[in-house]
Design a protein around this ligand. Structure first.
Ligand code: ADP
Ligand code: MG
Length: 397
């Protein structure tokens, strides 16, 4: 750790939990399903009618019914978090819920209903344009990975290259492990890009592609290219996306010339796999093994949430790659929002209650967000050092 008098804010801050209930789908209406969910937006309450007993009532930081659009959710809940990322904090927004409840609708959205992710891109670039000054330099870079059956894949590399997660190195730039020494020389499919070692919430994903971006539109193009790469060669894309987790990572570095300080905010935008229990009846042995491995990441996530909520001395982050990647986001150096998506139809009663309980537990997680100022591994610092080196070389001639 660097010794300096830099201001570091380390106040505990609970994970903010938002519930969003989607409208009853046409098909559900046609099939005559009743709505069993009533949202009380002014109280952050969600009531579920129980045909066999007492209604269940849960409260959250916010609750949105089918009349709320993503813009409202962004402005009320996500905007302050992204503003903190621009100020050098880590942030995470993750969407949780059973398949078909609106996770992708909320995170990615459609051209007509823009999701949280493209809104965050526009917010970041509006801030950069508004704060343009000769004394301030920004560098925005992004990566996009997918987790499926404990495999981590780089959606911005050719053939979705399989990646490994490594433990944290204390002094990456001065003394990188041999596997990292040559990684900056490699090039992959999309351009412009810099495959490199990247610190990720206490872990490195050594070969993860990191693309330096110049606009919100470019970030949307990168996200779409990643999605195409994810889908290519798949006939079962809907099924695959409901069984895998997609994590879009954005890093925003801001250098202030006058104070010579660099702030680095990292934002994780996560569309999790469907939380429904995988059907076991009639499945082959291979399918059952797959189902239990798909559940592994989400049940590890549940165990981490429970351990944190109960203040347990051991938090099993290492039980899955998802929980390793989200380690800082849950109980660590991050501001975090969980968006729990639910459907209103009666046939989803059990899954809806499971999601609401899971989300309720997450409210108790305390994070310790700290402004990341002058981190040793800031890319801007690397670039500045490189410019100084080249300048010195020119002057020697
Ligand atoms: P998931 O990613 O959780 O599997 P999707 O985001 O794909 O679910 O949503 C399933 C369907 O429901 C899509 O057709 C989507 O457009 C629709 N939908 C989800 N949430 C909403 C909403 N809040 N308003 C309108 N339609 C929605
Ligand atoms: Mg989806």
């Amino acid at each position: 750790m660097e010794k300096s008098a830099r201001p570091r804010t380390a106040l505990n801050e609970c994970v903010k939990v938002v519930v969003r209930c989607r409208p009853l789908a046409e098909k559900e209406k046609n099939e005559g399903f009743d709505e069993v969910v009533k949202v009380w937006p002014e109280r952050g309450g969600v009531q579920v009618y129980n045909p066999k007993g007492q209604d269940k009532l849960f409260t959250y930081d916010a609750a949105y019914d089918c009349t709320a659009d993503t813009q409202t959710i962004y402005d009320e809940m996500v905007r302050p978090l992204v503003a903190s990322v621009l100020d050098g904090f880590n942030g995470c927004v993750f969407a949780y819920g059973q398949t078909g409840t609106g996770k992708t609708h909320t995170m990615e959205g459609t051209p007509e209903h823009e999701g949280v992710i493209p809104r965050a891109f526009r917010h970041i670039w509006a801030h950069i344009e508004n704060s343009a000054s000769p004394d301030v330099t920004h560098l925005v870079s992004c990566s996009y990975i997918e987790l499926y059956l404990e495999d981590v894949r780089d959606l911005l590399s050719k053939d979705c290259k399989k990646l490994t997660i490594r433990g944290q190195y204390t002094s990456k730039l001065q003394n990188p492990p041999p596997s990292l020494r040559h990684s900056t020389t490699r090039r992959t499919a999309l351009s412009p890009q810099r495959p490199q070692s990247t610190e990720l919430n206490g872990f490195y994903i050594p070969e993860m592609t990191s693309v330096v971006c110049k606009s919100a539109a470019e970030m949307v193009r990168i996200m779409k290219a990643g999605n195409r790469n994810r889908a290519s060669g798949r006939t079962d894309m809907n099924e695959h996306s409901s069984r895998s987790h997609a994590v879009f990572l954005v890093t925003v570095e801001t250098a202030h010339r006058k104070t010579n300080r660099i702030r680095v905010g990292k934002l994780n935008l996560v569309d999790l796999a469907g939380s429904e229990r995988q059907r076991k009846t009639g499945a082959s042995a291979e399918r059952l093994r797959e189902a239990s491995r798909i559940n592994q990441a989400l049940s590890s996530l549940g165990n981490v949430i429970s351990a944190l909520a109960e203040n347990s001395p051991h938090v099993p982050y290492r039980d899955s790659k998802l929980t390793r990647i989200l380690q800082d986001s849950l109980g660590g150096n991050s501001k975090t929002i969980m968006i729990a998506n639910i459907g209103p139809a009666s046939y989803n009663y059990d899954e809806t209650i499971t999601t609401l309980r899971y989300a309720h537990r997450a409210k108790a997680i305390k994070n310790k967000p700290v402004r990341n100022e002058d981190p040793k591994d800031a890319k801007l610092r690397e670039y500045q050092a490189e410019i100084e080196r080249l300048r010195a070389l020119i002057e020697q001639r």
